[in-house]
Design a binder for this molecule. Sequence first.
Ligand code: FAD
Length: 388
Amino acid sequence: MSKADVLVIGGGVIGASVAYHLAARGCRNVVVLDAGAEPGTGSTSKATGGFRCQFATEVNVRLSLLSREKLLRFEAETGVDPGYRQHGYLFLAREERELAALRDALLLQRRCGLTESREEPADVVRVLNPALTPDGIIGATFCPTDGFIRPMNILRGYTEAARRLGVRFDYGVPCTDAALDPGSGRITKVRTGEGAIAAGIVVNAAGAWAGAVGAFAGVKIPVSPLRRQVAVVRETDLLPESMPMTIFVGDGFHLRVRDGRVLLLMPTDEPQYHSEKLGVEDAWVNRVHGLARGRIAPLHGCTIDRPACWSGLYEMSPDKHVLLGKAPGVDNLYLANGSSGHGVMHAPAIGGLLAELILDGAARSLDIQPLRPSRFAEGQPNSITEFL
Ligand SMILES: Cc1cc2nc3c(=O)[nH]c(=O)nc-3n(C[C@H](O)[C@H](O)[C@H](O)COP(=O)(O)OP(=O)(O)OC[C@H]3O[C@@H](n4cnc5c(N)ncnc54)[C@H](O)[C@@H]3O)c2cc1C
């Protein structure tokens, strides 16, 4: 039976970041197992690549600030350009209560040290994004250092850098079960499609499938899949690549430009989306297409490239914040699950913090108490005030 000091289950952007940060701190014999045949078969490759510090809870703002520091050093550290481009995030309000929520978030961001996010009146909004049909927009917030990242570059950077430091990545190897020592309650080995691996510490980085991995160790992890769809506009060059991520706070409709193509998104919460099933629904495409044509002048006559549309899974936690820390009841199982659609942008911070927790017994770079996995059982979830 092979052995790992730390066994990471899941080699998406979070698992790769955890493995890299452990190895960079000198941790040896780290093994990453992934059920997929190659890197990125989970949600990481489906992400559109937004990065923002404009969040509405302190811990999410601070996770983003920490990630931002790491993104700025990423290429020097890993040799790969993370694609961080500061084109901004523009949150649009069409009603007073939306503007009030944005103002509250702005105050909180100030308290956390994010100084460049700001409120903008409707006339400045038209300058920040001239493509917008101005009807009904009463104000906005804008942060010029928000923008875009390349999810697969970040995954590749962490994976390659971790490999150079001796981490082993095994693909096409699903974990199927875990054995617990009844005395200590610790995981002793993890069973896989290719035999068992003895593990000192196990990290659950299984994204939208984290619940199933937790169940192997008898731990209930409140993380579940939620399908997220992306519609792709057929015509290229209708909008500039430098257009900020533009978000209508009221219904969550948002758009960006990536590689010349306009990507349209809008959250869905109906029961049929709460499963591992993938696919893009015609009714949803028609809805976002209509919104795009009405709200973005250059998209008035645009058509949708239906075969290019895609979907993927968000990994939702009940309060839309990551579960980061020791799993309740199993001393050597750590969780990095449930980022709820922010996992790529927060992966640099999450990997570093979990490495600190595992190696030093506490996270030094940030107070991660609000993210402790036991918060739900304790009846102390975070407030759900996030816009997306
Ligand atoms: C359409 C869409 C747009 C998004 N846009 C953004 C964005 O703009 N910005 C952002 O930050 N985030 C975004 N996200 C969210 C982001 O993709 C996720 O938060 C992030 O990829 C989570 O990373 P992960 O490593 O936890 O999960 P994954 O990338 O899914 O990796 C988990 C891995 O675990 C493996 N696995 C699962 N079960 C097992 C098992 N039993 N044994 C072994 N391996 C297993 C899987 O094969 C998978 O590779 C978006 C997601 C979607 C779907």
